[in-house]
Every structure is written in structure tokens, then in C-alpha cells.
Design a protein around this ligand. Structure first.
Ligand code: NZQ
Ligand code: ZN
Length: 382
């Protein structure tokens, strides 16, 4: 193992912590508050933000949509540039936080912000960001990644740079009380797949990363199986913290990582607006079956340590079945038919987008070429 590790985001976890924003953002900074479609107006989070910023100068930008688009975000970039914004406060789920990362980086760039996604522009500075998380799922509140869509061309691409990592994040589990069931389930599934992407690869003897990944998977399994009993502080806090830890960099440090499920899933979202988490559940079981030989040892380890399965020659196969059953228990589909095309045309559409985006050698072994992606999609799209 060889790595350098830091996670510089200061986290304020627990009830009533939104008030910490007052101390986190220096009072002389002009703040742009960015949020989504208005859930924060209905659950009291907006009022807490207003109270915390009562001594700051601030403006707001709302309307960041799920799977945020550069078309919408460019309007916030213009505000940030015109009004000399010093600090961005993102208040929402992964979409708002990712969108704020785009705004923060694009505000310091003279060209088209999309150049950041196409790698034409390398980010060297960004407006500082703070995040108030309202939907535990992506880990965006304390990582350096963002996923942005260009609606015009149905491109959904990601970028990573330390310059957009939030300086601080507030995680108050009370804000989850207004989350629709669908979004809570999305959070469990997204966090689960984040751990899988960093764990179901090949064994490298990383005891800390493997052990913590297994703990997080077991937590998510318990929370999912106890979904009916979700209306309590401990359930909410455990999901919020588990989802954060799933993608804050730690378990992926110094180990191989996959991410093919995400890259293929992003195309389903860009083409057919499938919720991010649900796109993953559609792709992952099929992908694991396609890559089972390369992943057999880790699947067996997961079967034993996470699901408590007995050893057998088909343990890896049974582990994939258990993953799929977990999604089904949450009423999350693992195949997709709602594309309005024939299955063959839908597969072609995704493969063409993967090719256009250079996603031609995916996975920890770069073994998922367009041929394998086609096989995976043929089982996933019906
Ligand atoms: O827009 P509002 O009105 O706030 O409503 C949102 C939205 O409709 C609602 N919501 C959020 N908090 C709520 C709430 N409703 C009631 N009460 C609350 N407390 O939930 C809906 C979905 O929100 P969204 O932010 O889109 O969901 P999520 O957090 O799942 O984010 C998904 C986005 O993150 C990207 C995905 O690709 C997708 O674009 N990802 C980002 C990653 C990262 N930065 O590391 C990694 C992930 O793998 C993922 O790709
Ligand atoms: Zn994800």
C-alpha cells in the first residue's frame, strides 16, 4: 500500500448544528446560498440558514434540479461573478452540493464552465464552499467530486479537484424527517454501491479498508432491513454518517477501485432520467455476474463477512443474489424497461454514449470494454 490521505472537511454532526454556519463563514464574506426546488423552505432548514447568516451579507440562487445541469448552474456562475461572491453555501442533497462545486470552480474561470467536465480547463482555484446536507447518499458533502449534466447533449460527466472540497459540512439528521421514502431508499442504495465500488475488486490485504467497508455494508444492510422502523433519531443518524463515510475517501485509499457501475449508470440517468441510485441497482448485479471471475475472492469475502453465508463453491454467485435480493426487498428494480425503445435499441443508445464519453475500458482491471458493457446492459435493459 502506498498513499497520502487527508480529508480536510470539518464536520458538524447532530441536531441544531446548522447554527455553526455563523462561525464557519467569516463575517466579512459575501455568501451565495444555493439550493434546490424548495424542500428547504418546507422543512425549516431555510429558516435556520437565514438565522445563521443574520450578520452576513448574502444572496441566494434556487432551482438546482436533481442531476444538476450546467444550463441552470451557469446562471449561478453569472451571479457569483457579477456580485463578487466570496463563499458558497450549498443547502441540499448531492445535486445541490455538486452543482455548487461546479459554480465555485466555474466562477474562477473566464471560459465555459463545461470545459471543466471535458478536461479542457484544469481547475486551479475555486470559491470556498460550505455544505448543509439534507439527503444522505452521495458523500458529496465531504469529498472533492461532482457530477454535472449538459442537458443539451445528454452528457453526464464528473470532475474531481481538491479545490471544490467543502471547507465544512453540517449534518443534522433531523433534516431527513421530510425526505420522501423514495429518496431515503436511494440514499441507502447509493451509499451501498459506493462501498461496493471500492471493495468488490480484488484482495490486496488492506485490513483497515476492508474491515471498515464491511462495517459500513453491514450498517446499510441493517438499516435497509429495518426500513419499517426508520422513524427514529438513531436510524437517521446512522444512515447519515454511514453514507458520508462510504465516500469520504477513507475506504478507497490505497486499494483498487471499480466505478464501472457508476459510469454506466450515469448514462441511464442522462438518457432516461433514472434516479442515480436506481441506475446503479439496474447495472450492478449484471455487472458483477459479468465480472465474477475477477471479483470472486472479494465476493466470497463479502458473502461471509457481510451476509453471513456459508462457504460453498458458488458462494460468489450467492453473494450477488443476496445483493440483488437486498435491492428487491427495498422495492428497487434491478432491470429497466421504461426506456420507450426496444431492448436492443436501448442497449445501443447506452453503448454509443459510453463510446462518445471515452468509457471504453472501465473497472479496476480496465476489463469492461464496450463488448462487456453491451453484455451487461443486455441483461439489465429489457
Ligand atoms: O430540490 P429539492 O426541493 O431540495 O428536493 C430534493 C430533490 O428533489 C429532495 N430533497 C433533498 N433533501 C430533502 C428533499 N426532500 C425533502 N426533504 C429533504 N430533506 O430530494 C430530491 C433528490 O435530491 P438530489 O440532491 O438529486 O439527490 P442525491 O443526494 O441522491 O444526489 C444525486 C446526485 O449526486 C450525484 C448523482 O449523479 C446525482 O446527480 N452523485 C454525486 C457524487 C459525489 N459528488 O461524490 C457521487 C454519487 O455517486 C453521485 O454520482
Ligand atoms: Zn453514487
Amino acid at each position: 500500500m502506498l498513499f497520502t490521505y487527508v480529508n480536510p472537511t470539518r464536520i458538524h454532526f447532530g441536531q441544531a448544528q446548522i447554527a455553526q454556519v455563523k462561525n464557519e463563514i467569516p463575517q466579512d464574506q459575501k455568501v451565495l446560498v444555493i439550493y434546490g426546488g424548495g424542500s428547504i423552505k418546507r422543512n425549516g432548514v431555510y429558516d435556520q440558514v437565514v438565522a445563521a447568516l443574520s450578520e452576513h451579507t448574502w444572496v441566494e440562487f434556487s432551482g438546482v434540479e436533481p442531476n444538476p445541469t450546467k444550463e441552470t448552474l451557469d446562471k449561478a456562475v453569472a451571479i457569483a461573478k457579477e456580485q463578487g461572491i466570496d463563499y458558497i453555501l450549498a443547502v441540499g442533497g448531492g445535486s445541490v452540493i455538486d452543482g455548487s462545486k461546479y459554480v465555485a470552480a466555474a466562477a474562477k474561470y473566464d471560459g465555459d464552465g463545461w470545459d471543466i467536465l471535458t478536461r479542457k480547463h484544469a481547475v486551479t482555484e475555486a470559491t470556498p464552499i460550505g455544505a448543509i446536507l439534507t439527503l444522505p447518499a452521495t458523500g458529496s458533502e465531504s469529498n472533492s467530486g461532482a457530477v454535472i449534466t449538459k442537458a443539451e447533449t445528454q452528457d453526464k460527466l464528473s470532475f474531481m479537484t481538491k479545490f471544490v472540497q467543502p471547507k465544512f459540512a453540517v449534518m443534522d439528521p433531523d433534516v431527513m424527517k421530510t425526505l420522501p421514502e423514495r429518496q431515503l431508499i436511494n440514499g441507502i442504495v447509493d451509499a451501498w454501491v459506493h462501498v461496493c465500488e471500492q471493495y468488490i475488486t480484488r484482495p490486496v490485504g488492506a485490513m483497515v479498508q476492508d474491515g471498515y467497508a464491511e462495517t459500513l455494508l453491514k450498517n446499510l444492510l441493517i438499516l435497509g432491513r429495518d426500513f419499517a422502523g426508520r422513524d427514529n433519531d438513531a436510524w437517521r443518524a446512522n444512515l447519515m454518517w454511514s453514507a458520508n463515510q462510504a465516500l469520504n475517501g477513507l475506504i478507497g485509499t490505497g486499494v483498487p477501485q471499480d466505478w464501472a457501475t457508476h459510469m454506466i449508470g450515469h448514462e441511464l440517468t442522462a438518457l432516461w432520467h433514472v434516479d442515480h441510485a436506481r441506475s446503479l441497482a439496474i447495472v450492478q448485479p449484471s455487472l458483477l455476474r459479468n465480472q465474477i471471475e475477477a471479483k470472486r475472492a472479494k465476493l466470497e469475502q463479502m458473502g461471509t463477512h457481510v451476509f453471513g453465508l456459508e462457504a460453498s463453491a458458488d458462494l460468489a454467485e450467492r453473494t450477488i443474489d443476496a445483493i440483488e435480493a437486498f435491492y428487491h426487498q427495498l422495492d428497487v428494480a434491478t432491470q429497466f424497461a421504461d426506456h420507450g425503445l426496444t431492448a436492443a435499441a436501448a442497449v445501443d443508445a447506452v453503448v454509443n454514449q459510453l463510446e462518445a464519453h471515452g468509457m471504453v475500458t472501465l473497472g479496476e482491471n480496465q476489463a469492461i470494454t464496450l463488448k462487456e458493457s453491451r453484455e451487461i446492459l443486455t441483461n439489465a435493459l429489457v
